[in-house]
Write a protein that binds this ligand. Structure first.
Ligand code: GDP
Ligand code: IMO
Ligand code: MG
Length: 427
């Protein structure tokens, strides 16, 4: 199976890191193709827990070549901090390769991210404050800095000065902040050049040759379908394409080489940051999901907003991404409920909608239409085959599969590598 894409089906934190790790031993390359250190992927191996932000989850598998693709935005300080942290824990990170065309998060874009959010006040997005949005905006405005620029001091200086020309006016005159000295930015970026040099390559060519040679490439999304800048709940989204199309533009692998699209979907729903969320719970049930599912952000530590499974969203994700398989995670968290509600449609001003509303305004006041499925009390964490699941847990999975538009091939019953029911192999 040459090229497999992994995406999040909801608003992130579905368990993409664990799914990538699960496939780690069967793939040759793991490519991060979008986003940056706004992501937070937790991988549990034995008694060790790793939180990855900028690095692809494949870095933890000794045989895998981890790749940071051209679609990623790279904070070099964070990159080396994360690499050093893993090396200190005995992980060999020497195989990492980085695209020469990936964009760099400059310090001024972290500042702009934070001051813009403050300025927006109640209209804020609730970003991670890592400079992601302003860096992608610079890319589109054609004033961005790329990895390759730090190997040409003259070009780098020109680009930083050009970017700061306008930004310094905005920082000083609108946000009342100190103007940024271009030379300081250039010096900081140049200080990383020697260490970065050997990692940088034409990753598109590398992956193309790998596929020609019959190697398996896993393309791992950060964020998720409803955080995608085109297909998500705009403007409450991130600034990149987190859907399967982004895997092509963000890696240089063309669509006709992608064989499988695996979407990770939680057995309930969570969201971090602002924006609409029809099945959100503000009661004890929401608190139950947050506590039992340990729903606190890997990147910012913020409590995640929690709600029931939304089949409308899952169907939408299946359609937008061309999902061939779902990995349903965190089934174990639902153990102990009398009934488990599942949202099957929305009620918008008295009208039933079976698909995502065309207009965001409608989505903001969409009321979930629930079906109530019987719960289970038995521990599911030791299940390894479908037959091991209690009858009601199994029928919950069956109903979700019928509603969600693609087969459920793996079921997560705990955070560890082994805590999975594999119905069908993913590679
Ligand atoms: P990602 O951003 O999609 O990689 O997901 P996160 O790592 O941010 O959040 C998912 C959390 O759920 C992590 O703490 C995982 O260790 C954990 N996890 C993943 N799959 C399962 C599962 O099936 N059951 C339980 N209980 N936890 C899981
Ligand atoms: P993983 O990969 C959940 C959210 C932020 C905010 C919005 C924009 O772990 O699933 P940004 O800093 O990207 O400009 O913030 O997107 N967000 C995430 N939410 N999981 C993530 O990543 C996220 N990355 C960004 O909370 O609402
Ligand atoms: Mg996460």
């Amino acid at each position: 199976m040459p090229a497999v894409v992994i995406v999040g089906a909801q608003w992130g934190d579905e368990g993409k890191g664990k799914a990538t790790d699960l496939l780690g031993s069967e793939v040759d390359y793991v490519v991060k193709f979008n986003g940056g250190n706004n992501a937070g992927h937790t991988v549990v191996i034995g008694d060790q827990k790793y939180a990855l932000h900028l690095l692809p989850s494949g870095i933890l598998s000794p045989e895998v070549v981890p790749v940071i693709g051209n679609g990623v935005v790279v904070d070099l300080g964070v990159l080396f901090e994360e690499l050093d942290g893993l090396e200190a824990r005995g992980i060999d990170t020497s195989r990492l390769v980085i695209s020469a065309s990936a964009h760099l998060i400059a310090s001024y874009n972290r500042t702009i991210d934070k001051v813009t959010e403050r300025f927006l006040g109640s209209r804020r997005i609730g970003t991670t404050g890592r400079g992601i949005g302003p860096t992608y905006a610079d890319k589109m405005n054609r004033i961005g800095l790329r990895v390759q620029d730090i190997f040409d001091e003259g070009i780098l200086t020109q680009k930083v000065e050009a970017a700061l020309d306008l930004k310094n006016q905005v920082l000083a005159k609108i946000y009342n902040r100190r103007a940024v000295d271009p030379a300081e930015v250039v010096d900081e970026l140049l200080s990383y050049a020697d260490r970065l040099g050997p990692m940088v390559t034409d990753t598109g060519l590398l992956l193309h040759r790998a596929l020609d040679a019959g190697d398996t490439v896993l393309l791992e999304a950060g964020q998720a379908t409803l955080l995608d800048v085109d297909h998500g709940t705009y403007p409450f989204v991130t600034s990149s394409n987190a859907t399967s199309g982004g895997a092509c533009t963000g890696s240089g692998i063309p669509p006709n080489r992608i064989d499988r699209v695996v979407a990770i979907v939680k057995a309930y729903t969570t969201r971090v940051g602002e924006g609409p969320f029809p099945t959100e719970l503000h009661d004890d049930a929401g608190e139950f999901l947050r506590t039992t599912g340990a729903e606190y952000g890997t990147t910012t530590g913020r409590p995640r907003r929690c709600g029931w499974y939304d089949a409308v969203i899952a169907r939408y994700a299946a359609r937008v991404n061309g999902v061939t398989d779902f990995v349903l995670t965190k089934l174990d968290v639902l153990t102990g409920l009398e009934q488990v509600p599942v949202c099957v449609a929305y009620d918008v001003d008295g009208q039933r909608l079976d698909e995502m509303p065309v207009n965001q305004t409608d989505f903001h006041h969409a009321e979930p239409v629930y079906e109530y499925l019987p719960g289970w009390w038995e521990d599911v964490s030791t299940a390894r085959r479908l037959e091991d699941l209690p009858v009601n847990a199994r029928s919950y999975v069956d109903v979700l599969e019928k509603m969600s538009g693609a087969p459920i091939s793996v079921i997560g019953v705990g955070p560890g590598r082994a805590e999975s029911v594999v119905v069908r192999d993913l590679t």
